[in-house]
Design a protein around this ligand. Sequence first.
Ligand code: HEC
Length: 222
Amino acid sequence: MKANSGRAQHVVRAAAPVSVPGPPFAIKRHARTAFAWAAVALLVVLMTGCRLDMHIQPKYKGLEPSSFFNDGRSERPVIPGTVARGQLRTDELYYTGKINGQVADVFPFPITQKDLERGRDRFNVYCAPCHDYTGSGKGMIVQRGFPPPPSYHIDRLMKAPVGHFFNVMTDGYGTMYSYAGRVSPRDRWCIAAYIRALQLSQNARTTDVPPQELTKLQGSAQ
Ligand code: HEC
């Protein structure tokens, strides 16, 4: 054993100076360095990648069946009375359009120009197909045979409190179905504000126009 390894060492020492002087030696050194780095990389992968203790755990994926529960579902129904985070909805006006159970005629937040623009955008998507872009109730679906809604410009709806419009969108009304699933409460208020703007657009008087704008209008009429 000892003699063998001694001889091998001797052979290497004797051969090196003779056969590889100069550049080939440099190449060998590179190869050795590369090998060392590869070994380090492999070690890192082995040390980090193979820790399985907490990584493989028994679990159910969404809607996967289960033989553990009697009803065969892994998805458990929520306990009655559970309130999801952010769903408490204690703000009666904001979520129901009512104050102490009475339909309210106020908005739960100040309406800005941006809210009106948002209301117009949502109205044109969700309501105009039946109610028409002006609220006349003669939208395209009605022209194709759907039961016609009343115009927003009739006396009764002109006088209706704004909470009524919110409620119609939230709960549906007669043949009109609810939009609560598609339009968020905030957007419903924006639409209600825009309906008020539509009503004004069909019933405005010159006295509603600010004096500065009125002179502009009178100027352009001449
Ligand atoms: C698919 C057609 C359709 C769409 C879309 C629609 N509505 Fe209606 N809407 C109706 C019909 C039909 C009625 C009349 C219902 C009745 O009297 O039975 C109505 C009635 C109404 C009324 C009057 C309620 C009253 O007091 O008489 C309001 C306000 C209203 N809709 C608002 C909206 C708003 C806001 C949207 C959009 C979020 C909308 N509707 C989308 C068909 C539609």
